[in-house]
Design a protein around this ligand. Sequence first.
Ligand code: RIB
Ligand code: CA
Length: 306
Amino acid sequence: MTTPIVIDCDPGHDDAIAILLALASPEVEPIGVTTVAGNQTLDKTTRNALVTLEVAGRGDIPVAAGAEAPLRRDLRTAAHVHGETGLDGPELPEPSERPVEAHAADFLAELIEPGVVLVPTGPLTNLALMLERHPDVPDRLERIVWMGGAIAEGNITPAAEFNAFVDPEAAATVFASGIPITMVGLDVTHKALFTRAHAERLRGAGRAGRFVAELSDFFQAFHERSYGFDGSPIHDAMAVAHVIDPTLMTTRGANVAIETRSDHCDGRTVVDLRGRTGRERNAEVGIDVDAERFLELLVTRIASLP
Ligand code: RIB
Ligand code: CA
Protein backbone atom coordinates (compact mmCIF):
# COMPACT_ATOMS: atom_id res chain seq x y z
CA MET A 1 0.00 0.00 0.00
CA THR A 2 1.48 3.37 -1.02
CA THR A 3 1.03 6.24 1.45
CA PRO A 4 0.66 9.75 0.00
CA ILE A 5 2.89 12.17 1.91
CA VAL A 6 3.58 15.89 1.95
CA ILE A 7 7.02 17.01 3.14
CA ASP A 8 7.17 20.45 4.79
CA CYS A 9 10.84 21.28 4.91
CA ASP A 10 13.74 23.73 5.19
CA PRO A 11 16.42 22.22 2.90
CA GLY A 12 19.03 21.82 4.43
CA HIS A 13 21.21 18.81 3.67
CA ASP A 14 19.15 16.26 5.54
CA ASP A 15 15.85 17.64 4.22
CA ALA A 16 17.14 17.17 0.68
CA ILE A 17 18.21 13.61 1.40
CA ALA A 18 14.80 12.93 3.01
CA ILE A 19 13.06 14.14 -0.17
CA LEU A 20 15.25 11.87 -2.30
CA LEU A 21 14.58 8.88 -0.03
CA ALA A 22 10.85 9.47 -0.44
CA LEU A 23 11.19 9.71 -4.23
CA ALA A 24 13.09 6.41 -4.27
CA SER A 25 10.62 4.47 -2.11
CA PRO A 26 7.47 2.80 -3.47
CA GLU A 27 5.92 2.71 0.01
CA VAL A 28 5.33 6.49 -0.11
CA GLU A 29 4.20 8.93 -2.79
CA PRO A 30 5.24 12.58 -2.28
CA ILE A 31 2.23 14.55 -3.61
CA GLY A 32 3.72 17.92 -2.69
CA VAL A 33 6.57 19.74 -0.97
CA THR A 34 6.18 22.89 1.09
CA THR A 35 9.00 25.07 2.34
CA VAL A 36 9.61 27.14 5.45
CA ALA A 37 12.41 29.38 6.67
CA GLY A 38 14.70 27.53 9.04
CA ASN A 39 18.11 26.20 8.03
CA GLN A 40 18.23 29.11 5.62
CA THR A 41 15.94 31.94 4.50
CA LEU A 42 12.74 31.01 2.67
CA ASP A 43 14.02 31.99 -0.76
CA LYS A 44 16.97 29.61 -0.31
CA THR A 45 15.03 26.70 1.20
CA THR A 46 12.47 26.99 -1.61
CA ARG A 47 15.14 27.08 -4.31
CA ASN A 48 16.82 24.09 -2.65
CA ALA A 49 13.59 22.08 -2.64
CA LEU A 50 13.13 22.79 -6.37
CA VAL A 51 16.76 21.85 -7.09
CA THR A 52 16.50 18.60 -5.11
CA LEU A 53 13.36 17.49 -6.94
CA GLU A 54 14.99 18.27 -10.30
CA VAL A 55 18.16 16.36 -9.40
CA ALA A 56 15.88 13.30 -9.20
CA GLY A 57 14.00 14.25 -12.36
CA ARG A 58 10.81 15.00 -10.39
CA GLY A 59 10.23 18.64 -11.26
CA ASP A 60 6.57 17.60 -11.68
CA ILE A 61 6.01 17.53 -7.90
CA PRO A 62 4.50 20.90 -6.82
CA VAL A 63 6.38 23.09 -4.35
CA ALA A 64 4.68 25.82 -2.29
CA ALA A 65 6.66 28.38 -0.31
CA GLY A 66 5.45 29.29 3.17
CA ALA A 67 6.54 31.33 6.16
CA GLU A 68 9.53 33.65 5.91
CA ALA A 69 9.77 33.91 9.70
CA PRO A 70 8.52 32.22 12.86
CA LEU A 71 5.10 33.20 14.24
CA ARG A 72 6.37 35.60 16.86
CA ARG A 73 10.16 35.54 16.83
CA ASP A 74 13.02 36.65 14.62
CA LEU A 75 14.30 33.96 12.27
CA ARG A 76 17.38 32.08 13.42
CA THR A 77 19.05 30.17 10.54
CA ALA A 78 21.74 27.44 10.60
CA ALA A 79 24.27 28.69 8.05
CA HIS A 80 26.98 27.31 10.34
CA VAL A 81 25.62 23.83 9.59
CA HIS A 82 24.27 24.06 6.03
CA GLY A 83 26.31 26.93 4.56
CA GLU A 84 25.26 30.14 2.81
CA THR A 85 23.19 28.34 0.15
CA GLY A 86 21.63 25.96 2.65
CA LEU A 87 22.93 23.10 0.52
CA ASP A 88 26.66 23.83 0.42
CA GLY A 89 28.82 21.12 -1.13
CA PRO A 90 27.46 20.13 -4.54
CA GLU A 91 27.13 22.41 -7.56
CA LEU A 92 23.51 23.64 -7.44
CA PRO A 93 21.85 23.97 -10.86
CA GLU A 94 19.41 26.84 -11.45
CA PRO A 95 15.96 25.26 -10.96
CA SER A 96 13.77 25.33 -14.10
CA GLU A 97 10.53 25.07 -12.12
CA ARG A 98 8.90 27.77 -9.97
CA PRO A 99 6.84 27.33 -6.79
CA VAL A 100 3.05 27.40 -7.11
CA GLU A 101 1.28 30.66 -6.22
CA ALA A 102 -0.44 29.34 -3.09
CA HIS A 103 1.09 29.90 0.35
CA ALA A 104 2.27 26.64 1.93
CA ALA A 105 -0.28 26.95 4.76
CA ASP A 106 -3.11 26.96 2.20
CA PHE A 107 -1.48 24.42 -0.12
CA LEU A 108 -1.10 21.97 2.78
CA ALA A 109 -4.82 22.33 3.58
CA GLU A 110 -5.61 21.74 -0.11
CA LEU A 111 -3.53 18.54 -0.27
CA ILE A 112 -4.53 17.00 3.06
CA GLU A 113 -7.26 14.39 2.92
CA PRO A 114 -7.75 11.08 4.75
CA GLY A 115 -4.76 8.79 4.17
CA VAL A 116 -2.22 11.57 3.63
CA VAL A 117 0.66 11.67 6.14
CA LEU A 118 2.27 15.07 6.76
CA VAL A 119 6.05 14.89 7.29
CA PRO A 120 7.42 18.22 8.56
CA THR A 121 11.22 18.31 8.80
CA GLY A 122 11.71 21.94 9.78
CA PRO A 123 10.21 24.52 12.13
CA LEU A 124 6.42 24.05 12.38
CA THR A 125 5.43 27.57 11.36
CA ASN A 126 3.55 26.49 8.20
CA LEU A 127 1.58 23.89 10.12
CA ALA A 128 0.57 26.39 12.80
CA LEU A 129 -0.57 28.86 10.11
CA MET A 130 -2.45 26.05 8.36
CA LEU A 131 -4.31 25.19 11.58
CA GLU A 132 -5.14 28.86 12.15
CA ARG A 133 -6.42 29.46 8.60
CA HIS A 134 -8.09 26.05 8.11
CA PRO A 135 -9.46 24.82 11.48
CA ASP A 136 -11.13 21.86 9.75
CA VAL A 137 -7.80 20.22 8.82
CA PRO A 138 -7.50 18.13 12.05
CA ASP A 139 -10.72 16.35 11.01
CA ARG A 140 -8.98 15.00 7.91
CA LEU A 141 -5.28 14.79 8.86
CA GLU A 142 -4.64 11.34 10.28
CA ARG A 143 -0.96 11.68 11.22
CA ILE A 144 2.06 13.94 11.43
CA VAL A 145 5.59 12.50 11.56
CA TRP A 146 7.91 15.36 12.58
CA MET A 147 11.66 15.41 12.72
CA GLY A 148 12.26 17.66 15.67
CA GLY A 149 12.68 17.92 19.40
CA ALA A 150 14.75 15.90 21.81
CA ILE A 151 14.12 13.94 25.01
CA ALA A 152 17.63 14.71 26.17
CA GLU A 153 20.24 17.22 24.94
CA GLY A 154 19.41 19.82 22.32
CA ASN A 155 21.64 20.88 19.44
CA ILE A 156 21.11 24.60 18.89
CA THR A 157 21.11 25.18 22.67
CA PRO A 158 21.82 22.62 25.39
CA ALA A 159 18.04 22.54 26.01
CA ALA A 160 16.50 22.75 22.54
CA GLU A 161 16.61 21.07 19.13
CA PHE A 162 16.77 23.49 16.18
CA ASN A 163 13.31 22.94 14.60
CA ALA A 164 11.58 23.40 17.94
CA PHE A 165 13.85 26.29 18.95
CA VAL A 166 13.22 28.37 15.80
CA ASP A 167 9.46 28.47 16.38
CA PRO A 168 8.43 27.15 19.82
CA GLU A 169 4.99 28.79 19.60
CA ALA A 170 4.27 26.95 16.35
CA ALA A 171 5.42 23.65 17.85
CA ALA A 172 3.21 24.23 20.91
CA THR A 173 0.22 24.86 18.61
CA VAL A 174 0.81 21.65 16.65
CA PHE A 175 1.27 19.49 19.77
CA ALA A 176 -1.94 20.95 21.22
CA SER A 177 -3.95 20.31 18.02
CA GLY A 178 -4.99 16.76 18.89
CA ILE A 179 -3.63 15.47 15.57
CA PRO A 180 -1.73 12.19 16.14
CA ILE A 181 1.96 13.09 15.95
CA THR A 182 5.16 11.05 16.03
CA MET A 183 8.24 12.96 17.18
CA VAL A 184 11.51 11.79 15.60
CA GLY A 185 14.00 13.57 17.82
CA LEU A 186 17.74 13.84 18.22
CA ASP A 187 17.76 10.88 20.62
CA VAL A 188 17.13 8.53 17.70
CA THR A 189 18.66 10.47 14.80
CA HIS A 190 22.03 10.68 16.55
CA LYS A 191 22.09 6.89 16.82
CA ALA A 192 22.41 6.44 13.03
CA LEU A 193 25.47 8.11 11.51
CA PHE A 194 25.89 8.24 7.72
CA THR A 195 29.64 7.72 7.23
CA ARG A 196 32.15 8.31 4.43
CA ALA A 197 31.80 4.61 3.57
CA HIS A 198 28.08 5.15 2.95
CA ALA A 199 28.87 8.22 0.85
CA GLU A 200 31.40 6.27 -1.24
CA ARG A 201 28.74 3.67 -2.04
CA LEU A 202 26.65 6.47 -3.53
CA ARG A 203 29.27 8.65 -5.24
CA GLY A 204 29.20 6.63 -8.44
CA ALA A 205 25.51 5.67 -8.26
CA GLY A 206 23.84 8.11 -10.61
CA ARG A 207 23.14 11.84 -10.33
CA ALA A 208 21.15 11.64 -7.10
CA GLY A 209 23.73 9.37 -5.48
CA ARG A 210 26.55 11.77 -6.36
CA PHE A 211 24.47 14.70 -5.09
CA VAL A 212 23.94 12.97 -1.72
CA ALA A 213 27.63 12.02 -1.46
CA GLU A 214 28.62 15.67 -2.05
CA LEU A 215 26.02 16.91 0.43
CA SER A 216 27.38 14.42 2.93
CA ASP A 217 30.98 15.61 2.43
CA PHE A 218 29.98 19.10 3.60
CA PHE A 219 27.58 17.91 6.33
CA GLN A 220 30.19 15.50 7.69
CA ALA A 221 32.73 18.29 8.18
CA PHE A 222 30.32 20.12 10.49
CA HIS A 223 29.61 17.02 12.58
CA GLU A 224 33.29 16.21 12.89
CA ARG A 225 34.02 19.76 14.12
CA SER A 226 31.02 20.07 16.36
CA TYR A 227 30.63 16.57 17.79
CA GLY A 228 33.76 14.63 16.81
CA PHE A 229 31.43 12.21 14.99
CA ASP A 230 32.82 10.01 12.17
CA GLY A 231 29.49 10.38 10.37
CA SER A 232 26.40 12.61 10.10
CA PRO A 233 22.89 12.09 11.48
CA ILE A 234 20.57 12.40 8.47
CA HIS A 235 17.82 13.58 10.81
CA ASP A 236 15.01 14.27 8.36
CA ALA A 237 15.44 11.07 6.38
CA MET A 238 14.57 9.14 9.54
CA ALA A 239 11.11 10.76 9.63
CA VAL A 240 10.46 9.64 6.05
CA ALA A 241 11.92 6.19 6.82
CA HIS A 242 9.45 5.84 9.71
CA VAL A 243 6.58 6.16 7.23
CA ILE A 244 8.28 3.73 4.82
CA ASP A 245 8.99 1.10 7.50
CA PRO A 246 7.52 1.73 10.99
CA THR A 247 9.47 -1.25 12.37
CA LEU A 248 12.76 0.69 12.15
CA MET A 249 12.04 2.99 15.09
CA THR A 250 10.65 2.17 18.55
CA THR A 251 8.28 4.79 19.97
CA ARG A 252 6.61 5.38 23.32
CA GLY A 253 3.48 7.40 24.06
CA ALA A 254 4.13 10.54 26.11
CA ASN A 255 3.04 14.05 26.79
CA VAL A 256 5.25 16.54 24.96
CA ALA A 257 5.10 20.15 26.11
CA ILE A 258 7.04 22.96 24.45
CA GLU A 259 8.77 25.62 26.53
CA THR A 260 8.05 29.11 25.21
CA ARG A 261 8.77 31.39 28.20
CA SER A 262 12.23 30.65 29.54
CA ASP A 263 15.55 32.46 29.63
CA HIS A 264 17.53 29.30 28.97
CA CYS A 265 15.15 26.60 27.73
CA ASP A 266 12.93 28.13 25.03
CA GLY A 267 12.10 25.49 22.43
CA ARG A 268 12.70 22.60 24.82
CA THR A 269 10.44 19.63 24.10
CA VAL A 270 9.60 18.48 27.62
CA VAL A 271 8.94 14.76 27.05
CA ASP A 272 7.11 13.15 29.98
CA LEU A 273 7.89 9.48 29.31
CA ARG A 274 6.82 8.32 32.80
CA GLY A 275 3.59 10.27 33.23
CA ARG A 276 5.02 12.37 36.07
CA THR A 277 3.08 15.52 35.05
CA GLY A 278 -0.33 13.91 34.74
CA ARG A 279 -0.70 15.63 31.37
CA GLU A 280 -2.45 13.71 28.58
CA ARG A 281 -0.31 11.76 26.10
CA ASN A 282 -0.24 13.79 22.88
CA ALA A 283 2.56 12.13 20.92
CA GLU A 284 4.50 8.98 20.09
CA VAL A 285 8.18 9.73 20.72
CA GLY A 286 11.07 7.87 19.10
CA ILE A 287 13.18 6.18 21.81
CA ASP A 288 15.25 3.72 19.77
CA VAL A 289 16.11 2.86 16.16
CA ASP A 290 17.64 -0.02 14.20
CA ALA A 291 20.42 2.19 12.85
CA GLU A 292 21.94 -0.39 10.54
CA ARG A 293 18.63 -1.20 8.82
CA PHE A 294 17.79 2.50 8.51
CA LEU A 295 21.15 3.36 6.92
CA GLU A 296 20.99 0.36 4.58
CA LEU A 297 17.49 1.40 3.48
CA LEU A 298 18.73 4.96 2.90
CA VAL A 299 21.77 3.96 0.83
CA THR A 300 20.10 1.27 -1.26
CA ARG A 301 17.08 3.45 -2.05
CA ILE A 302 19.12 6.54 -3.00
CA ALA A 303 21.40 4.31 -5.11
CA SER A 304 18.33 3.21 -7.08
CA LEU A 305 17.63 6.76 -8.29
CA PRO A 306 18.88 7.84 -11.75
O1 RIB B 1 17.93 19.65 14.48
C1 RIB B 1 17.96 19.04 13.22
C2 RIB B 1 16.85 19.58 12.36
O2 RIB B 1 17.00 20.99 12.18
C3 RIB B 1 16.88 19.01 10.93
O3 RIB B 1 15.59 19.00 10.42
C4 RIB B 1 17.72 20.00 10.19
O4 RIB B 1 17.45 19.99 8.79
C5 RIB B 1 17.24 21.30 10.80
O5 RIB B 1 16.04 21.67 10.16
CA1 CA C 1 15.17 20.21 8.33
